[in-house]
Design a protein around this ligand. Structure first.
Ligand code: NAD
Length: 405
């Protein structure tokens, strides 16, 4: 299978065929401003030394400081981080926030480290990149397997090295340590606002059946939010596998079960299914909220949902997009659907720089119109040109970046 960066470049090639952005501009966007790989030596609890590979990719800062999360995963490698950084640049532009695109990561399975080892590794990542990070230069955030606590260690390490006390170098911090109210649920909440704005245009009813792949920050919060709004969550999954209940899962009880056992499989009253089965369930709305490249040309013809809302980054390959579009399945693309996360990260950065603390209501009242108007603009452009919503979002984003460059 192609790597995520190949997929990102295939998307860029596709949009260049719809609109002529100029060959120099497209050439510039085919490479990040810089991609850096470092080795991070860590003393393990048993006294041995291990070397981990860490990454930071700064893709484009035409609109503002590089912005993007840090992923800890055994499969993380430079092409994945480059793709995620490219999508971050387009995401910030698609919803009109003054940030550029970046991303970082470490090749590691954090579940195999003790808490002390995890802290040393996280501080080690900051030590390697402290020269290029900074509130007005490059501002990381959480991503897969990185938490508010990890962001707090990183902010503290940056302050120790540079003396910067604003905390604005990193977002997604705990609320008591400079974090913003509403950041933990912002990705799913933003996706929900976009969904609400588009629901009637997409022919969806007030109560939808929903399947969600991934049950972490994005997926579990989405399950709660859609459930509370009266939708029926019929299937969810995590890295160990999935569960199905056509009558609708009891989400508050499932959240408790996941917290106690670490997984969703085995939840009472549900039937175990695989992650592959989850993707092809007959439902109104499918929400991929785990990793990249899960819907490909191999399974796109089997998808039965009416709409797919991408809370994960890059879950659908470019070839699969074409198949889904021809089949009349609408994809609400990642750079719109999950942009609530970076939008509230931007709010956190703004609060830190101004030394302000906004209420959760203020945060949501600022997030909602951004998501709604971006969703509507992208939908109307795509409808007008008879293209998919991803290409609509790319066109708006690229035009904003090009205008600045
Ligand atoms: P997370 O670490 O909190 O959760 C990831 C979830 O995916 C876990 O439940 C894990 O068990 C599951 N998972 C891992 N491998 C899987 C597999 N092979 N099949 C099914 N499930 C699997 O991460 P997150 O922050 O929720 O991120 C999930 C996705 O959302 C990523 O693509 C991330 O880039 C994207 N995203 C997250 C944010 C954010 O604010 N956290 C913002 C924008 C986009």
């Amino acid at each position: 299978m192609s790597n995520p960066f190949d997929n990102a470049m295939a998307q860029l090639d596709k949009v260049s065929k719809i609109k002529d952005f100029g060959s120099d501009f497209i050439l510039k966007l085919r490479q990040p401003d810089r991609d850096i790989k470092v080795s991070i030596p860590i003393n393990m609890d048993d006294g041995s030394l291990r070397i981990f590979e860490g990454y930071r990719v700064e893709y484009n800062n035409a609109l503002g400081p590089y912005k993007g999360g840090i992923r800890y995963h055994p499969d993380t490698e430079i092409n994945e981080v480059k793709a995620l950084a490219f999508w971050m640049a387009l995401k910030c532009a698609a919803v009109g926030i003054p940030m550029g695109g970046g991303k970082g990561g470490i090749t590691v399975d954090p579940k195999k480290l003790s808490k002390d080892e995890l802290e040393r590794l996280s501080r080690g990542w900051v030590q390697k990149f402290s020269d290029i990070l900074g509130p007005l230069k490059d501002v990381p955030a959480p991503d897969v397997n990185t938490t508010a606590e990890i962001m707090a260690w990183m902010a503290d390490e940056f302050q120790k090295i540079t003396g910067d006390k604003s905390g604005a170098v990193i977002t997604g911090k705990p609320v008591g340590q400079g974090g913003s109210l509403g950041r933990d649920t912002a990705t799913a909440q933003g996706g929900f606002y976009a969904f609400e704005a588009l629901k009637s245009h997409l022919g969806l009813a007030d109560s939808c059946s929903v399947a969600i792949q991934g049950f972490g920050n994005a997926g579990a919060n989405a399950a709660s939010i859609w459930h509370k709004a009266g939708h029926k969550i019929i299937a969810v999954s995590d890295s160990k596998g999935g569960i199905l209940d056509l009558n609708g899962l009891d989400i508050p009880a499932l959240l408790k079960f996941k917290q106690e056992t670490g997984y969703v499989a085995g939840f009472s009253g549900s039937q175990d299914i695989t992650n592959e089965q989850l993707l092809t369930i007959d439902c109104d709305l499918l929400i991929p909220a785990a990793l990249e490249n899960v819907i490909t040309k191999e399974n796109a013809a089997d998808i039965k949902s009416k709409v797919i809302l991408e809370l994960a980054n890059g879950p659908i390959t470019s070839a699969a997009d074409d198949i889904l579009f021809k089949r009349g399945i609408t994809v609400v693309p990642d750079i719109l659907a999950n942009s609530g996360g970076v939008t509230v990260s931007y709010f956190e950065w703004d609060q830190n720089l101004k030394n302000e603390r906004w209420t959760e209501r203020e945060v949501l009242d600022k997030l909602r119109p951004i998501m709604e108007s971006s969703a509507r603009d992208i939908f109307l452009l795509a409808k007008d040109l008879n293209i998919d919503l991803r290409m609509g979002a790319f066109m708006i984003a690229l035009e904003r970046i090009r205008a600045k460059m």
